[in-house]
Design a protein around this ligand. Structure first.
Ligand code: OSB
Ligand code: MG
Length: 368
């Protein structure tokens, strides 16, 4: 394919409720949509960077700047552009994985639409439906948390993940365990909020039979995660630390984690995500699909990935109404705790142009 133009569209999409984590509160999703126009047709994707650099160093305005200034010029210069040729063409730019993932996914979408095959099939998906869990933010009170968890359990979610931080950990986890019993699949995510001084609070979670503890320490500190992994029976899972298949293999070999959260944006795209899936499978480590509060466009691609065989734990691909009153695509609706894997060409969903237009804040078109 030949890349002819790229449209970068910024949207302001309200969340149905504030999402509080140890790194801040999200009330809106500042979404960057990437539309590639090629001689074979167009493709779309969503960049998962947040508005501020609080989960990782990337943020939406930075992603847009590196796309226009550094990534897209390299792709305009590429002769035979395919999804697989994007990462090698961009390898000269260090980092900026979320921005790279966004453009790679849009090019893949265009390419696969031209062949008429789905992203799920292209990546090697083996299931038609994905079991869904839900990530529950830090609440204003334990009672408010219990009410929120109850509503998700009633909707059929198959696993609950509680966001924790020092001071919001043992008490809410104990309350959820007591209210919902020992059989509720339950795990926690600290988003790097702990350190050596607060580590005893993590040990105090041992008695609650959690499926895993996600990313307790800063992303660079594999050693501290390895220490905790040795000390606890509860498995340690990494999110922020895992930025590539090489890092995943290193973290596993050092004993820093026994489970990996895969997010395509964090690792530079769906192709690197499949490599992580494969290296983890080879090392006997199960993976699950994380989320970044994506709209239906990003969710569709995540469902394709989550349908691969080593995605053996329930992930964070929740239904549209967990995030948005109005999604950018036809809403994903939970049925029996599962979502369908899209089967149409490319990512397999189409944008609702009226909704996209109504929420658009700015549009920039980049040409060679
Ligand atoms: O750490 O998994 C995380 C959302 C934004 C940034 C980081 C994380 C999350 C979530 C929500 O936990 C996942 C989702 O439902 O999309
Ligand atoms: Mg996480």
């Amino acid at each position: 394919m030949k890349l002819e133009a790229v449209e970068l569209r910024r949207l302001d999409v309200p969340l149905v409720r504030p999402f509080r984590t140890s790194f801040g509160v999200q009330t809106h999703r500042d979404v960057l949509l990437v539309r590639v126009l090629t001689d074979e047709g167009e493709g779309w994707s969503e960049c998962v960077a947040l508005a501020d650099p609080v989960y990782s160093s990337e943020y939406v305005a930075g992603a847009q700047a590196v796309l226009t200034g550094h990534l897209l010029p390299r792709l305009f210069a590429a002769a035979d552009l395919t999804g697989r040729s994007v990462a090698p063409a961009l390898a000269g730019v260090i980092g900026h994985r979320m921005a790279k993932a966004a453009v790679e996914t849009a090019v893949l979408d265009a390419e696969l639409r031209s062949y008429g095959i789905s992203l799920a099939r292209y990546l090697g998906a083996e299931r038609s439906h994905v079991e869904c869990g839900v990530s529950v933010g830090i609440a204003s009170s334990v009672d408010a948390l219990l009410a929120e968890v109850q509503s998700y359990v009633d909707q059929g979610y198959r696993r609950i993940k509680l966001k924790i931080q020092p001071g919001w950990d043992v008490e809410p986890v104990r309350a959820v365990r007591e209210a919902f019993g020992p059989d509720l699949p339950l795990q926690v995510d600290a988003n790097t909020a702990y350190d050596a001084a607060t580590m005893p609070r993590l040990h105090a979670l041992e008695e609650f039979g959690l499926l895993l503890i996600e990313q307790p320490f800063v992303e660079e500190d594999l050693h501290q995660h390895a220490v905790l992994s040795r000390q606890m029976r509860t498995p340690v899972c990494l999110d922020e630390s895992i930025v590539s298949a090489a890092v995943a293999a290193d973290a596993i070999n050092r004993g820093a984690c026994s489970i990996v959260n895969v997010k395509a944006g964090r690792v530079g795209g769906y192709l690197e995500s499949v490599r992580i899936h494969d290296v983890c499978a080879a090392l006997g480590v199960p993976v699950w699909c994380g989320g970044m509060l994506e709209t239906g466009l990003g969710r569709a691609a995540n469902l394709a990935l989550a349908a691969l065989p080593n995605f053996r734990l329930v992930g964070d691909t929740s239904a549209s109404d967990r995030y948005f009153a109005e999604d950018l695509t036809e809403p994903f609706v939970l049925v029996d705790g599962r979502l369908p894997v899209p089967t149409g060409p490319g990512v397999g969903v189409d944008l609702r142009r009226d909704v996209v237009t109504a929420m658009t804040q700015s549009t920039e078109t980049v040409r060679p």
